[in-house]
Design a protein around this ligand. Structure first.
Ligand SMILES: C[S@@+](CC[C@H](N)C(=O)[O-])C[C@H]1O[C@@H](n2cnc3c(N)ncnc32)[C@H](O)[C@@H]1O
Length: 260
């Protein structure tokens, strides 16, 4: 028998078993503190796109702050993230015990998943959750009108494959939000060089970072979206709070050309 497409809503876990990636205000719980507080500027984070009445696939939902926001905007939302037996792409530094690291990441993801379901119950949400890897999103989840990639591509070994996997299910709009990870002068040098290639982050000398692979310049993401059929693109920069401090990010919105 084929596995069900959506995960049945899970009973809310105890708050102590949850980890929150996002700061969120949850009815009945108040404010739960997370690493990122997207609340003050979430519309910019999502590229100022109109979501009302649209079917939206949110890739890498984590604690679900973006999914629940989209639902409040009137979207029908599918929140997508890894299943319990899967793991993020960890950088395989020689000397690291990958089995131990993978087990730790899975435990951490389970606590984030618990937080998602706690928030889902607290909001009385109708967001549907599907699990799997973004590299092979089930065809049956589509078609959707919009897909969002919020701070996901930098954590993937093959970000273009992930975009292509989502693009095939996306009728109209693809939204990519990424961190501007390099210093301003480094980004200027990249621009002057005119190459706009991805910048490789992991360094064997420091053994860091362990969970991020790339700085992806907005020009590169734009070219990728163009290749995948999102011919009209806009880029906007914005600031979001990480552990209370402002961080620079950018969002590329790609629209498919209207059918002739
Ligand atoms: C940095 S969080 C971004 C959370 C949220 N999208 C946002 O914009 O704030 C990255 C999320 O991507 C998920 N993720 C990482 N690799 C993935 C993969 N291969 N397939 C699906 N989700 C993945 C992680 O589990 C995590 O929830």
């Amino acid at each position: 028998m084929a596995a069900p497409l959506f995960v049945p809503p899970q009973p809310a876990a105890d708050l102590a078993e949850c980890y929150f990636y996002h700061t969120m205000e949850l009815p009945g719980h108040g404010i739960v503190e997370g690493e990122w507080d997207l609340r003050p500027n979430i519309d910019a984070y999502l590229g100022g796109v109109e979501f009302s009445g649209r079917r939206v696939l949110e890739i890498g939902t984590a604690s679900g702050c973006v999914a629940f926001h989209l639902e409040r905007q009137g979207a029908e939302v599918i929140a997508f993230d890894l299943a319990a037996d899967q793991c993020t792409d960890v950088v395989p530094f020689r000397g690291d015990d990958l089995e131990v690291r993978t087990a730790r990441v899975r435990q951490h993801l389970q606590r984030i998943r618990n937080g998602f379901w706690l928030a889902h119950a607290a909001h009385g949400s109708k967001v549907k959750r599907a699990e799997g890897t973004v590299y092979a999103i089930p065809e049956a989840l589509g078609p959707v009108d919009v897909t969002t990639f919020g701070s996901v591509l930098l954590h993937l070994r093959d970000p273009f494959l992930a975009l292509a996997s989502a693009a095939r299910l996306t009728r109209q709009t693809l939204v990519v939000t990424e961190l501007l990870q390099l210093r301003t002068w480094q980004r200027w040098l990249l621009r002057l060089s005119g190459t706009h290639g991805p910048v490789w982050l992991p360094d064997a000398r420091t053994g860091e970072p362990k969970h991020s692979w790339w700085y992806l310049p907005p020009e590169l993401v734009t070219r990728w979206l163009n290749i995948l059929g999102f011919a009209r693109t806009t880029v906007a920069h914005h600031t979001q709070l990480f552990l209370g401090k402002p961080n620079q990010l950018y969002t590329v919105v790609g629209e498919r050309a209207p059918a002739k």
